[in-house]
Design a protein around this ligand. Sequence first.
Ligand SMILES: [Zn+2]
Length: 274
Amino acid sequence: MDKIVFAGDSFTWGEGLELFIENDKWISQRKKHSEWDELSVIQDDESVEFRESHRFPRLAAKELGMVEIVHKNNGGSLSSYWKFMDDRKNIPDVKAFVIQLSQANRDAIHLTWECKCDVCTKFDWANIDDLFSAIKNNSRKPLRDYIVSVMGCDSVGNEFYRRFFLWLSWQKRFISNLFIEYCKMLEERAPVYFIDTWDVEEKNWINTTPYVRERMIPLVDRKGNYHTSWGNWEKTFDVKWIAEMFPETKNFHPTPELHRYLAKSVVDFLTDKI
Ligand SMILES: [Zn+2]
């Protein structure tokens, strides 16, 4: 059977969908803090099956008469997508790779965890979030000292931040370009398409490059209008996040309705292409 690979973070993975199971266990869970730390320890066969069958990769693949391939673990970044897709690029009958974009700060600073350079190995493949916490919280002093010295500064101050953010802006584009070069190789196997990041603050990253813009799957809203920007699309829904339905959960992941519209978007876009 034809297959479609979905690389994505907790949105693709379907975090929180189990809260919509109509039994006592999950109905009472809706009144409790229910992010993945809380949900992971109370999973059962029913919740796994429910999540997998209600997330957009399954809904879309089913409609297209295909089988979906999704990472077995929750979460993701370009670095993990790269590994995930590379491990699966030789699976027969893959008809498309669909990549749901996440946040640049999660990426390893040289994109891949397989980079053997002295910086990546010394600092345990730190990502941009790790750099921020090292700078702000002094949580990893050797890493902080290294960043400060690379920026040509003596300490963390205004000049340091000016240089750091300048570097960061170039770094995000550098990682994007590495990932795009990888996608071009992947396209020899099957076409690659993207879903925009849910992080509307993400700027100057891969989602703004011409390569990705040309391959962005338009997202359909309730009125049948299509949006290539996640931010514009999500505004059309009164309720987007699980936490808007069940506030105590504090779970800011898409509702089953959003998953259905994501699936419809993928199906509408891919139907004539694969
Ligand atoms: Zn490296």
